[in-house]
Design a protein around this ligand. Structure first.
Ligand code: R5P
Length: 244
């Protein structure tokens, strides 16, 4: 191939990739907009973490005069909410809230999820436990038949990482310590993340129970015992609403 043709081909490839990325962002924006319908006027809303949750925060900013405030599931989310002048409440000040709205790394047709790709799983699970409804917002690529293609995050007390990893191997996964910028990633809670790869999670409720029982585990990123109540799924044909 001539060098001109190679240049044109790589330009087309670049354009194609850019369009795919844009489409996925547009799907995330669409579900973020749809999620605003679930926000209850005058109440506090629980807000998740990640790129889809960020789009939701930007939509929430447009109706901030209608809500009392928000509870954040991470320092990053709190910072984004504050940047929009949305009041951030400490969870200890809040007994209940109508909805918790967050993304997912994978979700099944039964509403079980893998979460924690952004390392916020523990605070996400805590805030979600206080909400009456979990509204999952996700682009269509997150819907799966069986969980486990996405590595399953487990937040662990640092001194227990080796012992926990050995026990996780017995459950059939391959544990990998998560790194960021060449160092073990440290969560908002001062812990580390072990990602379990090569899993095929046929019984998410049972696996969540087993991993939660390991001493040294803070939280597993399986949200199955308490999964989503609603999933707003972004597809090229529009936002689909799945109820569980
Ligand atoms: O820890 C991060 C969260 O569980 C996110 O909600 C999850 O990783 C999905 O993130 P995103 O919306 O960026 O795909």
């Amino acid at each position: 191939m001539s060098s001109r043709l190679v240049k044109i081909a790589s330009l087309l490839l670049f354009q194609d990739k850019a369009m795919t990325a844009m489409t996925q962002d547009e799907l995330k924006q669409a579900v973020a907009r749809e999620a605003i319908k679930y926000v209850v006027d005058g109440q506090i809303v629980g807000v998740g973490t990640g790129s889809t949750a960020n789009f939701f925060i930007d939509e929430l900013a447009k109706i901030k005069h209608r809500i009392k405030g928000a509870v954040a599931s991470s320092e990053a989310t709190a910072a984004r909410l504050r940047a929009h002048d949305i009041e951030v409440y400490d969870l200890n000040q809040v007994a209940t809230m109508p909805v918790y709205i967050d993304g997912a790394d994978e979700i099944t047709e039964q509403g079980a999820m893998i979460k924690g790709g952004g390392a916020a799983l523990t605070r996400e699970k805590i805030v979600a436990s206080v909400a009456e409804k979990f509204i999952c917002i996700a682009d269509g690529s997150k819907l799966v038949k069986v969980l486990g293609k996405f590595p399953l995050p487990v937040e662990v007390i640092p001194m227990a990482q080796a012992v926990v990893a050995r026990k996780l191997i017995k459950l059939g996964g391959e544990p990998r310590l998560r790194f960021k910028d060449g160092k073990p990633l440290i969560t908002d809670n001062g812990c580390v993340i072990i990602d379990m790869v090569d899993l095929k999670i046929t019984d998410p409720v049972e696996l969540e129970r087993q991993i939660n029982q390991i001493t040294g585990v803070v939280t597993v990123g399986l949200f199955a015992q308490q999964g989503a109540d609603v999933c707003l799924l972004g597809t090229p044909d529009g936002v689909k609403t799945l109820k569980f």
